[in-house]
Design a protein around this ligand. Structure first.
Ligand code: ADP
Length: 465
């Protein structure tokens, strides 16, 4: 604003000047005031702008802001705060925040308020709120007292999603733990199953063993009965013959021819009994370990020929033939062995060949088997008799066992000949076996180590031991 000056009067010059100066000063002061006013207005506008912006910040903040009294009464709140409680801002003012807190977290809220005003510092807590017409939500509160008042500012954050995620994580961990436990349990079950399977296997094995043992016991029982019946038959038959024909001989009316026949039958009975007794003595000596090897020079050819001569008349009487098939030279025939045992074995085999054949021929053979590292003498007795069933072959070498226990009565014998022969062959360091075809005949073989007389005795005794 421009100020016009009036021309000064001489008398009033000083006073006027002074007034002028005063006016000027006032005018300047007014200008200053107006400027200050302007500044103030601008500052107020600015302040209002700031206040608006802060109110915006306050209202549209992503968290709920509240001002509470120490009793939890809501004095002020922002829009988010109202949204969290599910009401409008004006109706929520003067209401109690605790009203929205669930029963089980109410105590936490009370403690939260108590602590803010007791300790007068920042306090935090977690609560569950039930907004108007809404699902419960998890919230995180941090509150701070307002300086020198019983009011506080509280910041509330919705942490429901975090909580759900956290709960899911816990549930997942729980599930993982349960899975781990289940796997452990499954592994334990697998082990327990294996253990059970093993126990079952053991039980089955045991049951199978028991069945075998039972069958064996039954078989033994049956064999014992068969053996007793057989023995009693083997003893009674010749005894009856001896006693019966001796009795007949006492009769003076017996003719010379008849008495010869009776005496022959008595002799046969006696021989049969003697054979049985001999066999029983032999087997008990073998079993008690009293049977010993007696090594001496033995001529195989002579030995076989002796047996041939011994049985040829009996074979001929049966309408059969007997042969020898020898492949040893006179020199090779001289060996070191137990002559008596060889004689016994061959005798048993030839006797059986005669007993179990009704026609055809019997062949006694021997040969040297050199291709083996230790040369062997192989003997065989071949017949064209009844043969042996394959299923019986496995036990005919056992003592008291006969090819077919039910048929034994057609053939005399105690089932000892082959077991004695087998024991002798084994004492000589050899083996015995049979090849047979039912109704076509059998060939019994035995092989013993070959020790020609030219050799020293040392290897023989070491081999046999
Ligand atoms: P035994 O002749 O007294 O019954 P062995 O021990 O000599 O007793 O023979 C056992 C069984 O072997 C005989 O009961 C018979 O069934 C069978 N066996 C032995 N030799 C012959 C053979 N040459 N032919 C057929 N079966 C035979």
């Amino acid at each position: 604003m421009l100020l016009q000056k009036s021309p000064p009067r001489p008398d009033l010059k000083n006073a006027d000047e002074k007034a002028q100066e005063l006016i000027l000063e006032l005018e300047l002061h007014q200008i200053e005031l107006e400027l200050q006013n302007e500044e103030l207005r601008m500052a107020q506008e600015k302040a209002e702008l700031f206040a608006d912006r802060y109110i915006e910040f306050f209202d549209f903040a992503p968290f709920g802001y509240y001002e509470f009294t120490d009793k939890g009464e809501i004095l002020e709140l922002n829009l988010r705060g109202a949204e969290l409680l599910g009401g409008d801002r004006s109706s929520l003012k003067k209401s109690c925040f605790g009203f929205f807190v669930t029963e089980d977290t109410k105590q936490t809220f009370n403690l939260f308020l108590e602590k803010i005003f007791q300790e007068r510092k920042k306090v935090k807590c977690e609560l569950i709120l039930t907004p108007h017409n809404g699902e419960p939500i998890y919230v995180f509160l941090s509150g701070i007292p307002i300086y020198k008042t019983q009011h506080c500012i509280v910041n509330v954050v919705d942490i429901t999603q975090n909580k759900i995620a956290q709960n899911l994580l816990i549930a997942n961990k729980e599930l993982a733990f349960q899975n781990e436990e289940k796997e452990k349990r499954a592994a334990e079950l697998v082990i327990a199953n294996k253990e059970l399977a093993f126990q079952n296997e053991e039980k089955e094995k045991r049951a199978a063993e028991l069945i075998v043992a039972k069958e064996k016991a039954q078989e033994n029982d049956r064999l014992k009965s068969a053996f007793l019946a057989n023995m009693s038959h083997e003893i009674r038959t010749p005894m009856n013959a001896i006693l019966g024909f001796s009795d007949l001989l006492k009769n003076f009316e017996v003719t010379g021819e008849q008495s010869e026949q009776y005496i022959s039958l008595i002799e046969q009975g006696g021989e049969r009994l003697l054979n049985l007794i001999n066999d029983l003595v032999e087997i008990s000596r073998i079993e008690s370990g009293q049977m010993e090897l007696v090594l001496s020079k033995c001529n195989i050819r002579e030995q076989v020929e002796f047996i041939y001569n011994l049985f040829s008349s009996e074979v001929t009487r049966k309408g059969m033939q007997i042969f020898i098939h020898g492949e040893l030279t006179a020199y090779e025939s001289n060996v070191m062995t137990d002559r008596e045992k060889i004689y016994e074995i061959l005798t048993n085999l030839v006797k059986n060949a005669i007993k179990y054949s009704d026609h055809g021929s019997i062949e006694i053979g021997y040969r040297l088997r050199r291709e083996h590292h230790h040369p062997e003498l192989i003997f065989y007795v071949k017949d064209t008799g009844i043969g042996i069933l394959p299923e019986n072959i496995k036990f005919i070498f056992d003592r008291f066992r006969q090819g077919s226990e039910s048929n034994t009565r057609s053939y005399e014998g105690a089932g000892l000949g082959l077991s004695i022969s087998k024991a002798y062959v084994e004492m000589l360091g050899g083996r015995i076996w049979v090849k047979s075809e039912i109704k076509r005949g059998s060939t019994f073989y035995f092989a013993i180590p070959y020790f020609p007389m030219v050799r020293t005795l040392c290897p023989l005794s070491s081999h046999l031991s």
